[in-house]
Design a protein around this ligand. Structure first.
Ligand code: ZN
Length: 93
């Protein structure tokens, strides 16, 4: 198994009015919600912040418009529109 050193610090930029619905998940919870086994939600940076973040847009904003905004704000992240939320994680790991 590949061993990765945790990044020193991962920060996510969001929008006013958004709702962050999931950050860190322990393995049991990750399994319950159907997360992939190598989920970024189960990994933390050196400061203890989760490497995965799920969120939903401010009232009145579409999911695709929200994802586009988050992409602009987080050029170093993979920003994925999951339909009912937007998932972010560090790029290229
Ligand atoms: Zn996620």
């Amino acid at each position: 198994m590949e061993v990765r050193r945790p990044p020193r610090r991962v920060t996510f930029r969001g929008l006013d009015g958004e709702r962050v619905t999931s950050t860190y998940r322990d393995p049991a919870r990750n399994k319950r919600v159907g997360g992939v086994s190598n989920s970024f939600h189960m990994q933390k940076d050196a400061r203890g912040n989760a490497l995965g973040r799920d969120s939903t847009p401010p009232p009145g904003m579409s999911m695709s418009a929200y994802a586009a905004q988050l992409r602009r704000l987080n050029p170093d992240k993979d920003v994925i529109n999951e339909g009912d939320h937007v998932h972010m994680e560090p790029k290229g790991r």
